[in-house]
Design a protein around this ligand. Structure first.
Ligand code: RIB
Length: 324
């Protein structure tokens, strides 16, 4: 586990490192808005259908960049129109794409098929495509991981690549974060490289190996330095070295589409930590960003800019704390 300081008053940031580096996926999302999620064997007519940039890695990179962090992306797209559109989205957000690979022909850009119901809940199926080709790290990847203040990963790339990136970043002294989504069994070795693990209730149950989210959370909290369990509209719970240290209330909003809300939380949290905020203050900032994101359809289109997060926090009477 990491040895960085960790009370709310402390910054998690160390040394002259800079910005947020995302190691993750990029997908084109095909989003169908329906009144309710269809049953097996059922055909439904959608209210609308649209394509938006997405992928947990790309969403989190956009969230970090829009929250004000200098952001770099390590991942892959295909040599196709979707890939070019995702590249343009990163470019518009001023994300450093020098380590974005274009996969060999035959590996299309990742795609996600998303159904969003009338209450904003979703189901998602991902075709990994080019994301699955990110096998191993280049010398330039390793150098970037060594420069970053915060390295943030998810589980839509091959697990070996995530583990390699976590190990390099941890050894180099970066703050290493994993959003364990989509949930899969992750070994003790990966957990040991992490400064912060972020999961939702569903992921906590799977990775914490218990149907009871509280019990699963406690089990996970004993395996990592810091744990955040996001609970959607019920906010989030923060743990440090096995103990609960804070509960963050989510602002009350009407949800149109929750797709990418967790990603917005993670990216904004990473940006806030890179900016020198403490653990709980960064999570509060991230929860305001996520609350804004659920009010807009589509993953990337819903990610708020820093000015909007600050304005919403002020309007909602939420103190975002001071930067270290
Ligand atoms: O977390 C939401 C994301 O999950 C979507 O953008 C989709 O691409 C999948 O990766």
């Amino acid at each position: 586990m990491s040895s960085v300081a960790g009370t709310d008053a402390d910054t998690l940031r160390e040394g002259p490192r800079h910005g947020v580096t995302i190691v993750g996926s990029a997908n084109m999302d095909i989003v169908f808005a329906v009144k309710r999620i269809p049953q097996p064997g059922e055909t439904l007519l959608a209210d609308s259908a649209a394509r938006y940039p997405g992928g947990k890695g790309l969403n989190q990179a956009i969230a970090a960049a829009r929250a004000g962090a200098s952001t770099a992306f390590i991942g892959a797209i295909g040599d196709d129109d979707n890939g070019r559109a995702l590249g343009a989205t990163m470019h518009e957000a001023a994300i450093d794409t020098r380590l974005l690979r274009t996969a060999e022909p035959g590996n299309e850009t990742g795609q996600a098929f998303i159904v969003v119901d009338g209450s904003g809940e979703n189901t998602i199926i991902v075709a990994s495509g080019a994301n699955a080709t990110v096998a191993g790290l280049t010398a330039d990847d390793r150098a970037q991981l060594g420069r970053a203040a915060v390295v943030l990963m998810q589980l839509e790339l091959p697990l070996d690549t995530v583990l390699a990136a976590a190990s390099v970043a941890h050894s180099a002294g970066a703050i290493v974060m994993l959003n364990a989504a989509p949930a899969t069994a992750i070994g003790a070795h990966l957990l040991e490289q992490l400064d912060v693990l972020i999961v939702n209730e569903h992921e906590a149950r799977i990775i914490g190996a218990s149907d009871d989210v509280a019990a699963a959370s406690v089990s996970l909290a004993n395996s990592v330095d810091r744990l955040i369990v996001t609970l959607g509209s019920k906010g989030s719970v923060l743990y440090e070295r096995g103990s609960e240290v804070a509960r963050i209330t989510a602002p009350k909003v009407d949800a149109l589409d929750t797709t990418g809300a967790g990603d917005t939380f993670c990216g904004a949290f990473a940006a806030a930590i890179a900016d020198g905020r403490g653990f709980a203050d960064a999570a509060t900032f991230a929860s305001v960003a996520a609350a804004l994101s659920v009010q807009v359809l589509g993953a990337v289109p819903s990610v708020p800019q820093r000015a909007a997060i600050d304005a919403a926090a002020e309007a909602w009477g939420i103190w975002l704390g001071a930067r270290a």
